[in-house]
Design a protein around this ligand. Structure first.
Ligand SMILES: Nc1nc2c(ncn2[C@@H]2O[C@H](COP(=O)(O)OP(=O)(O)O)[C@@H](O)[C@H]2O)c(=O)[nH]1
Ligand SMILES: Nc1ncnc2c1ncn2[C@@H]1O[C@H](COP(=O)(O)OP(=O)(O)O)[C@@H](O)[C@H]1O
Length: 206
């Protein structure tokens, strides 16, 4: 059985990663979502275990010490990390999983899983990005400014990704990501091991 795809979706705060994932969840019910751990405070409506596993700094540091995280990073004053076992088990079961994580973490995942599929979500413009993050109304002005400066640094690391998708129109963005998933399932290297067992004898039997 082929392993599942490990998909990594990154992009600056406010670009629309969460929105894209919630649309993909409805369109692709078989795609599994990795729920991250974080020390950030829950936003209104966020549910522990659904949006994030909300942890204290001590609990998070304990997870790091136990090697329970595939990667972790500090982002604008808080820790974020991907629980390791769930990801490894899901892809071993042949299911595709998507991680929505920032760039430092994505690069660490790439070291461990170079075969992962790395997708960077871009805003149509920096002005539009600022409007989206401000319009969401979840962060103070200071945090928005900090996230905007991190956004520019993150966009400079796009060369490490396999795909760049502009999130202009949400349905179109999701179609582009679905197309990437379909194409990745057709990569020849996913079939090489299975096909290497084929030889003249098996063809005669067929
Ligand atoms: N490295 C890493 N980044 C994460 C993880 N989970 C979420 N993030 C990223 O942390 C950043 C901040 O997330 P959040 O506070 O939820 O803000 P939002 O993505 O702008 O809604 C975003 O870029 C997320 O993609 C994780 O497990 N690891
Ligand atoms: N394609 C889009 N066009 C217009 N607004 C969008 C689009 N995608 C997301 N948004 C809006 O931008 C804001 C930030 O989106 P969100 O998904 O929370 O971003 P992220 O998870 O990347 O921080 C939200 O108010 C969301 O409704």
């Amino acid at each position: 059985m082929n392993k599942g795809l490990l998909l990594v979706l990154s992009g600056p705060s406010g670009v629309g990663k969460g929105t894209v994932c919630s649309v993909l969840r409805k369109k692709l019910p078989e795609l599994v979502y990795s729920v991250s751990a974080t020390t950030r405070a829950p936003r209104q409506g966020e549910v522990n275990g659904v949006n994030y596993f909300f942890k204290s700094r001590e609990q998070f540091e304990d997870m790091i010490a136990r090697d329970a995280l595939l990667e972790h990073a500090e982002y604008v004053g808080n820790y974020y990390g991907t629980p390791r076992e769930f990801v490894e088990r899901t892809i071993a079961e042949g299911k595709d999983i998507i991680l929505e994580i920032e760039v430092q973490g994505a690069l660490k995942v790439k070291e461990k899983f170079p075969e992962g599929v790395f997708i960077f979500l871009l805003p149509p413009s920096l002005d539009e990005l600022k409007q989206r993050i401000t319009g969401r109304g979840t962060e103070s002005q200071d945090i928005i400014n900090h996230r905007m400066s991190v956004a520019v640094e993150e966009m400079n690391l796009i060369q490490h990704y396999d795909y760049a998708v502009v999130n202009d129109e949400i349905d179109l963005t999701c179609k582009r990501i679905e197309s990437i998933i379909i194409a990745e399932h057709c990569r020849k290297d996913r079939f090489l091991e299975e096909l290497s067992h084929l030889n003249a004898a098996t063809i005669e039997k067929a």
